[in-house]
Write a protein that binds this ligand. Sequence first.
Ligand SMILES: [Zn+2]
Ligand SMILES: [Zn+2]
Length: 372
Amino acid sequence: MSTEQKSKGPWIHRFSIRLFTVILAILVYWVLGFLVEDIESIEGPQYGEIEKTYVDQELVSKHKELESEIAEVDRSIKNKRDEMKIVSDSSRNLQETINQLIELQKITVQKSASLPEKEQATLSASLAHFIESQKQYQALNTELSRLTENRRTLESEKRAKEKEIERQRQPAREEYRELSEKHNIRLACLQLLVLIPLLAVGAFLVVRKRSSIYFPLFLGFGVATLLKVTLVIHEYFPTRYFKYVLIIGCLIAVVKILIHFIRVVAFPKAQWLTKQYREAYERFLCPICEYPIRTGPRKFLFWTRRTVNNVVLPKNAPEEQAYACPVCGTALFEQCPECHKIRHSLLPHCQHCNAEKEIEECTDKAIDSDKE
Ligand SMILES: [Zn+2]
Ligand SMILES: [Zn+2]
């Protein structure tokens, strides 16, 4: 297999592709949202209409009448209370006047003189007034208690009507609930009827055209439709069922991803293998068994994956030589057949003459080391 790799392009282009993939997904999601909204705007059952067929309309109007009557009585009660307050204020004033006059009379009697004519007249007039206003107050009070009684009767009548209406409303609510449920299911079916074919197209493109250069396009489209379908299902179907759909979907996805990675590890593609070998060579560890590669200046040193960068190398380095891992026997450095210098055995190109060597896709050693 050739190790020729696809050019990745400058980072700004790669970044743009990612950015516009996301924007595309958002726009697709938006368009789907409009579609779904339009379907949702189909009118469902009207509660008012249903209630009319179940609830006695005469009862309802009677109830309304009672309500307005009660409001009227409330207003009257308030007026009466205001009037009573005025009357009681004025009689309190009169009482004070009378008290003062009586006090005055007492003093004059002690002086064995009689109250002047004018004061005497005022006193009798005040007394007459006082008695009159007391009478008025009593009358108002009687009126008020009559109104309160009246209000109580109206109130209990209204409550009885309310109870009756409530009883009649029960089946109306029931029917409305059933009709709404049916309507919602119809809406959900319509929406899914539009969305599922789009999702199928998206899934087909994502799965089948994985190696196409236009893959980001398909991915954006597929992800947006998948998200919208999930949300629609979540909105209309009870959580009880939805959680099973969701968990099964997640299970399938996780199992697929797991299988993918297990296969990648078990049967590495040359590209991944090169990546793994490269990382191992960079740390001077055997790519197959991770035993340190003790060649050249590192011959007498020790390091691990973590400490590799802290190792101080001796100054006078011996000449490079062919080298095989003493643990697993894999050839790690060998003579290049083209230029006869020492090259990496497991990397595709010679560092001196650029001669290419094939990296096997799946080595027996990879499987053997798994078996051990
Ligand atoms: Zn080894
Ligand atoms: Zn070479």
